[in-house]
Design a protein around this ligand. Structure first.
Ligand code: ZN
Length: 423
């Protein structure tokens, strides 16, 4: 079925576009493209693996301040943020991008520019998002855009991997007075709108035994690493539903060490990430994994009957599954903005972005992409690989879309927030 936007929302967008300051800001953003891309390069060069975002966060803070925001600071979680103060007549809107990347320090060479792309690990995911926030903030202050509600600009920590989206989680919990709507920007095609949260957990299963000499203790003790191997073999054979999409991945196996190549290790562990768009399926999958680990320990114990392999579980990431009404005002707003700009927006099912955390807290939230494609065909950016790249042409359109969506939510001039108007 074709997606339609209520006239209320399209009319609101036309009024935002005819607000002189907002219109000037859109033009300003186009003219700011070169500087925005230069800042993207500069920030990419400041490496920021998860848990080590501070150098980049401090640079981002300085740039937020230079953009003319107020209350610019780092919070206790290392999140960098600042506020564009409003008339205080509308909802408080957060626009955010994550500071961290998946690349260890030392893996980012100087950013290369060729064939219309920037090349470097992290240049797209999500340094582009940070550069977009800066260009948008500057446009709003330079063109004196006066939103009706405050706009909060945030560079968030610990989005990736074992960071478990803890940066935004803490920010949303702590922000004085709360956040009324949250727009995340992350690496994807601008035409893709994420309004759902795929539930996921990342767990470590740790197998314990006695350990001993590889020859001397053979047959006397059970083998925790073999128990871990049995568990992996069982999990590898799992069948899971395609719809709702449900996935599992044993991503790490640890046990023993180089000095102990002739030892039965006393401890072994596996890490596993499992996801589902449906909370019920996620629970079922988790209990199957637990059962596989339990059975693997029992089999290994029974194999020798001299020693007992035990197991424990640690949870590193715990993101609840969630969805929102695809016709909530904010979703219609972003859709209308992208369509007005000549794109063909698509609502994606599921999602694993910072928006997931806001969705879990009941805050209207979307994640929008940052790559513009002139012909509408998705351009692969090879995120999370050393070949990561970002398409430069027309990239400012993403900043304009973020600005317009934010203004629809916060309200501007005599156009009230669509969040309020639709109540
Ligand atoms: Zn990302």
């Amino acid at each position: 079925m074709e997606y339609t936007v209520r006239p209320l929302v399209t009319q609101a967008l036309e009024r935002v576009l005819s607000n002189p300051e907002a219109a000037r800001a859109c033009q300003w953003i186009e003219e700011d493209q070169e500087r925005c891309v230069a800042e993207q390069i500069e920030l990419t060069q400041l490496e920021a693996p998860t848990f080590h975002e501070q150098t980049r966060a401090l640079a981002f803070v300085a740039k937020l301040r230079a953009a003319g925001l107020t209350g610019v600071t780092l919070d206790t979680e290392g999140n960098a943020f600042g506020v564009l103060k409003s008339r205080g007549e509308g909802p408080r809107v957060l626009v955010e991008a994550h500071l961290d990347t998946v690349f260890p320090v030392g893996s980012v060479p100087p950013v290369a520019k060729r064939d219309g792309f920037l090349f470097a690990p992290g240049v797209s995911d999500n340094t582009r998002g940070l550069a977009m926030l800066l260009s948008m903030a500057r446009a709003m202050t330079e063109c004196r855009v006066r939103p009706r509600g405050d706009v909060v600009f945030l560079g968030s920590t610990r989005e990736e991997g074992i960071g478990g989206m803890e940066g935004i989680r803490a920010f949303l919990r702590q922000y004085p007075g709360g956040i009324d709507a949250s727009l995340s920007i992350d690496s994807d095609s601008i035409a893709n709108i994420i309004y759902e949260a795929t539930g996921f957990r990342t767990a470590e299963y740790i197998f314990h035994g006695t350990g001993g000499h590889a020859f001397g203790a053979f047959g006397q003790v059970s083998q925790p690493l073999h128990a871990a191997g049995r568990a992996v073999a069982k999990i590898a054979d799992f069948q899971v539903p395609e719809s709702p999409r449900t996935t599992f991945c044993v991503s790490n196996v640890h046990g023993g060490n180089d000095a102990g190549v002739h030892a039965i290790p006393p401890v072994a562990s596996i890490k596993i990430n499992y996801r589902s768009n449906d909370p019920g399926q996620l629970r079922i999958l988790e209990s199957r994994i637990d059962a596989a680990v339990e059975a693997a320990c029992a089999e290994e114990t029974a194999r020798w009957q001299r020693d007992t392999v035990t197991w424990e579980k640690k949870i590193y990431c715990d993101i609840p599954a969630g969805t929102q009404d695809v016709h909530m005002p904010m979703a219609e707003g972003l859709y209308a903005v992208l369509a007005r700009m000549g794109m063909r927006p698509v609502f994606r099912r599921g999602g694993a972005t910072n928006a997931s955390i806001a969705i879990a807290m009941g805050i209207p939230a979307l994640c929008m992409g940052s790559h513009y494609s002139p012909d509408g065909k998705a351009i692969p950016t090879f995120d999370h690989t050393l070949n990561e790249r970002f398409p430069i042409e027309g990239a400012y359109k993403g900043v304009q879309a973020a600005l317009l969506t934010t203004l629809l939510c916060a309200g501007v001039g005599d156009q009230p927030s669509i969040l309020e108007a639709a109540k």
